[in-house]
Design a protein around this ligand. Structure first.
Ligand code: NDP
Length: 455
């Protein structure tokens, strides 16, 4: 059988773009269909604009710390519109780079919505039908918009936040995960009175318990209101503002309410009913290896697969898919030891297991812990403490988890992840020379465990 294209990719986000470029490099004829902007969630309305806004928020700390180092800082003011405009210019620049890189690799970009139309066939919203030897679904995910309470449609999601015309004076953020905490923290840094409303016992479910409690305390010390074990029951408009009522009877007035209760795979209206593929109940596409579905011609990468919803995972899988299918190469895709960060202020960086994970798995371990005021905090008069934890398997001295809450946590944890990937033992950390004075040196100078846990 002959096909119009060797590969048709649906979705020009992190995973789809990487797969398309690598496949084209292996000589494949590739088309990418995208109905929005090239770059996907991460570049257009996720990691990148968010991190730019985090930088903006952190200047507040710089201004107040500077005084302790002899600087006189005059009155400061933040211009939200200027930030949004600058952020938009940068996103447009990056989008251009992504598109140019695709075109330079010989990939055709089609600005249209694509739907499967039976095996190896894709129908575009401009009416064209394209046949392809392989189809890769890389459509990502979208924020959950239904909070399950009356008036939840009055709340915004992160997608709208990136275009808010003004910064709200008061915000309620519903949820206790990455998106909720990052936006609550950055808005608070810019001067917003932020309330986090989380249904569970402690924010950041799935992270090490001590990390969760430490971050909670640090956010409260910075003026955020962190409410746990409570949930919204109604959201309504009142006198030009929003009023949120909760199960526990709280009534909170705010200028904006942000719904950050997770994301769902974007598989609706993709024509998946025209092919014989079973989805998971949450709508995600089950895959094995890099991107394989149960159909030999159909593949999927990224958030749409239900794998960890992280850009580097989508990129790695997309790259491996193209190498395997179009390069004939052997590629092993591992999703173990994925370092991750929560870009709150202070930020969280984590790789490997938390204490609760190790206990659940019955793994005896030693806990090395250090909390300290970073050097800069001394003259700045800042009380916030950094937390560092190393969890070490007692059977073989392997470092099983590293957790940092404090400035530059993400940067430290990325590098520690290399050592852990190589199977580092605590003894390797111990014989590594410290770099002084730094915060990271604490990671190689923790001599005595503070605790042990044995099954
Ligand atoms: P998360 O799954 O991280 O968090 C969702 C939060 O909403 C949880 O606290 C969850 O509570 C709560 N929740 C879920 N359903 C409801 C409900 N019906 N009512 C009230 N609360 C609810 O999702 P995010 O949207 O924050 O992020 C999605 C993914 O994107 C992340 O998992 C991550 O992989 C990725 N991401 C990564 C970032 C990074 O690397 N820095 C930044 C942003 C996103 P509970 O814990 O009880 O389930």
């Amino acid at each position: 059988m002959t096909f119009d294209r060797d590969l048709l990719v649906i979705g020009a986000g992190s995973g789809g773009v990487r797969a398309a470029r690598i496949a084209a490099g292996h000589g494949a004829k590739v088309t990418v269909a995208e109905d929005y902007r090239v770059g996907g969630t991460c570049v257009i309305r996720g990691c990148v604009p968010k991190k730019l806004m985090v930088y903006a928020a952190r200047f507040a700390d710089d201004f107040s710390d500077a005084k302790g180092f002899g600087w006189s800082i005059g009155e400061t003011a933040h211009d939200w519109s200027a930030l949004i405009a600058a952020k938009d210019r940068e996103i447009t620049r990056l989008e251009g780079l992504y598109a140019a890189n695709l075109e330079r690799s010989g990939v055709e970009i089609v600005r249209a919505r694509a739907r499967l139309d039976g095996p190896n066939r894709v129908r575009l919203s401009d009416g064209r039908v394209i046949t392809a030897r392989h189809v890769l679904i890389a459509t990502g995910g979208t924020p959950v918009r239904d909070g399950g309470f009356p008036g939840s449609d009055l709340a915004a999601t992160s997608e709208e936040l990136f275009h808010w015309p003004r910064r709200p004076e008061r915000v309620v953020v519903i949820g206790g995960g990455y998106v909720a905490l990052e936006f609550a923290s950055l808005l608070a840094g810019l001067g917003t009175k932020a309330t986090v409303l989380y249904r569970g016992e402690e924010i950041l479910r799935g992270f090490d318990g001590e990390v969760r409690r430490h971050l909670h305390g640090a956010l409260v010390a910075r003026g955020l209101d962190v409410v746990t074990e409570d949930a919204p029951t109604r959201l309504e408009r009142r006198d030009g503002a929003l009023r949120l009522t909760t199960k526990a009877g709280r009534v909170i007035d705010a200028d904006e309410v942000l719904l950050a209760i997770g994301r769902k795979p974007a598989t609706a209206d993709l024509g998946l009913d025209t092919v014989d593929l079973a989805l998971r109940p949450d709508g995600s596409i089950p895959v094995t290896g890099a991107a394989a579905t149960t159909l030999p011609w159909l593949h999927a990468v990224g958030d749409v697969t239900g794998r960890p919803a992280l850009t580097p995972v989508a990129i790695r899988d997309g790259h491996a898919f193209a190498d395997i299918v179009f390069g004939g190469l052997d590629r092993d895709v591992s999703h173990e030891l994925i370092p991750t960060a929560v870009f709150t202020t202070p930020e969280v960086g984590t790789v490997g297991a938390g204490e609760e994970d190790l206990r659940a798995a019955g793994i005896a371990h030693a806990i090395f812990r250090s909390t300290f005021r970073p050097m800069r905090a001394t003259l700045a008069g800042r009380e916030e403490r950094t937390l560092m934890k190393i969890l070490v398997g007692e059977a073989d001295d392997r470092v099983l988890g590293v957790h940092v809450v404090g400035p530059d946590a993400a940067e430290m944890v990325q590098l520690v992840a290399v050592a852990m990937r190589m199977g580092a033992r605590k003894a390797d950390f111990d014989r590594t020379m410290a770099l002084h004075p730094s915060a990271a040196e604490e990671l190689v100078t923790m001599r005595q465990p503070s605790d042990h846990w044995r099954p």
